[in-house]
Write a protein that binds this ligand. Structure first.
Ligand SMILES: *[C@@H]1O[C@H](CO)[C@@H](O)[C@H](O)[C@H]1NC(C)=O
Ligand SMILES: *[C@@H]1O[C@H](CO)[C@@H](O)[C@H](O)[C@H]1NC(C)=O
Ligand SMILES: *[C@@H]1O[C@H](CO)[C@@H](O)[C@H](O)[C@H]1NC(C)=O
Ligand SMILES: *[C@@H]1O[C@H](CO)[C@@H](O)[C@H](O)[C@H]1NC(C)=O
Length: 443
């Protein structure tokens, strides 16, 4: 066997233990600049076994059935304003649900209201983030949207209908239509747990069209996003790394090797009485994939997937990331909003605007990897699918927990991670898509 052939076969075997030990070695050799531990003679660097190069069996695409307009409502039952709360991606999720409900009730939508939670400390409304005229135009034939209501209705406050806490499946027609008919103008906060698959096709189609084909960032936000996008060295991977104090505290997971600074930040959030799980409960919880991946675990998995350590990576994340050195000590070609945008631009920006930038960059990046499957990841993976961008993967916390619990480490763990994620990627499961808007195509 040629030397190159041997190297191709054994590269992972040789390289991974070295890479895995890197953080430890890094501390040992803590020099002013990181030691060049991973540099190999350029001539020996072979194309890695890369996750994106695997031949897929299944691909998701937007289904055809909802891409043509549906029959018009038989009558108009009144006006609905969708009231949405939270951060950008939660606002968007509620808006999407609301669009479906408005059509289900044969209501006319007025522009949604974005009520931003105090946590985000800002006031961006719908028009501050999204392009209003585009939304109205693109939803035509699906759901009627107006900027202004008739004067006799516009002067009153809408009657409030809050379904956010409703559990299980309930019938919007049964429980909300009477209020709509009576008041003619209601504000609605959709349920967070609603099953949408039982809605009639015209309501489902409106949901799909409204959510995935009608929301575009407004010109101001988009031009800032384009500026950011253009500044990132190409090709690049957008990585949504989620390891923030609130999230870790909320997960109730214990981690053995966090810095005291991280532990303090987590403890500060724990103030609300949530206790870290211990013993069997903690093990079960972790094995169910409930524990956020740390930055160093993420770096390990990315290497197992063959993603070169010099890959240009955009970190789509807030400012509160903990333990980031665990990632940046291995992947060093890292870009963020704050490193690429002019300082004063960045300082003035709303949380929702920042989130919109991450969203835009992630929807348009060459590849997208999420360490968690939250609201942003659901939106981004779906929007990438709309555009035919298939290099999209949600890392499996469950597989990682499972195999580490089974005692795997180093190269064996890397092999197991490769197998698990390769399987998800080629079967299109690594980016599980919403319900009825997307269809599987066998390749
Ligand atoms: C809404 O209109 C559809 C026809 O598009 C009709 O089948 C349905 O019964 C109407 N629903 C309500 C609540 O008015
Ligand atoms: C929230 O916004 C107000 C007014 O814009 C500002 O004075 C305050 O410092 C902000 N608080 C945080 C935590 O950013
Ligand atoms: C990463 O390293 C490989 C091999 O040395 C090289 O071919 C490639 O251009 C590098 N990529 C970047 C983004 O620097
Ligand atoms: C968990 O690990 C076991 C072997 O240890 C394996 O059989 C099983 O498929 C794994 N499950 C997942 C979800 O990775």
């Amino acid at each position: 066997m040629s030397a190159a052939g041997w190297w191709a076969q054994h590269r992972l075997r040789v390289l991974l233990p070295v890479l895995f030990m890197a953080p430890a070695l890094f501390f040992l050799f803590s020099a002013p600049s990181p030691p060049p531990l991973f540099t190999l003679p350029a001539s020996r660097e072979l194309p890695p076994r890369l996750i994106w190069a695997q031949r897929r069996l299944v691909e998701w695409r937007p289904c055809r059935w909802w891409r043509k307009a549906m029959p018009a409502p038989s009558r108009r039952n009144g006006y609905i304003r969708i009231d949405c709360f939270g951060g950008l991606n939660q606002l968007r999720r509620d808006l999407c649900d609301g669009i479906g409900v408005a059509r289900l009730l044969n209501a006319t939508m007025v522009l949604p209201k974005f009520e931003v939670a105090a946590y985000w400390n800002e006031s961006s409304g719908f028009a501050d983030v999204f392009d209003v005229d585009y939304f109205i135009e693109q939803t035509r034939g699906y759901v009627e949207v107006v900027k202004d209501m008739p004067a006799e209705i516009a002067y009153k406050e809408p009657f409030k209908v809050d379904c956010s806490k409703r559990k299980g499946h309930f019938d919007y027609v049964e429980s909300v239509l009477p209020a709509l008919l009576e008041h003619q103008y209601i504000s609605l906060t959709p349920s967070m747990n609603q099953r949408r698959d039982r809605n009639p096709p015209y309501a489902k189609a409106s949901y799909c069209q409204g959510c995935y084909n009608a929301l575009r960032l407004n010109r101001n936000v988009e031009s800032k996003a384009i500026e950011l996008f253009q500044a990132i060295p190409k090709p690049f991977l957008s990585l949504h790394l989620r390891f923030e104090p609130d999230m870790v505290a909320y997960s109730r997971c214990a981690y053995s090797s966090l810095s005291s600074k991280s532990l303090e930040s987590i403890e500060a959030v724990h103030g609300d009485g949530r206790k870290v799980l211990t013993g069997d409960a903690a093990r079960l919880w972790r094995n169910r994939g409930k524990c956020p991946l740390t930055p160093s675990e993420t770096a390990f998995i990315l290497q197992a997937l063959g993603i070169p350590t010099n890959t240009s990576i955009y970190l789509a994340a807030g400012d509160g990331l903990m333990e980031l050195e665990g990632f940046t000590s291995i992947y060093q070609n890292i870009h963020t909003k704050s490193s690429l945008l002019a300082h004063e631009d960045f300082e003035r920006m709303h949380g929702n605007t920042k989130a919109a930038l991450d969203y835009y960059v992630s929807v348009n990046s060459d590849a997208y990897i999420a360490t968690f499957f939250g609201n942003m990841d659901k939106m981004v993976t779906a929007m990438r699918t709309m555009q035919g961008l298939q290099k999209t993967l949600v890392l499996s916390r469950r597989a990682f927990a499972n195999y580490t619990a089974a005692g795997l480490a180093g190269e064996q763990l890397a092999e197991a991670m490769w197998d698990a994620h390769r399987e998800e990627y080629i079967r299109g499961r690594g980016s599980a898509l919403p319900e009825h808007c997307f269809c599987e195509f066998k390749l």
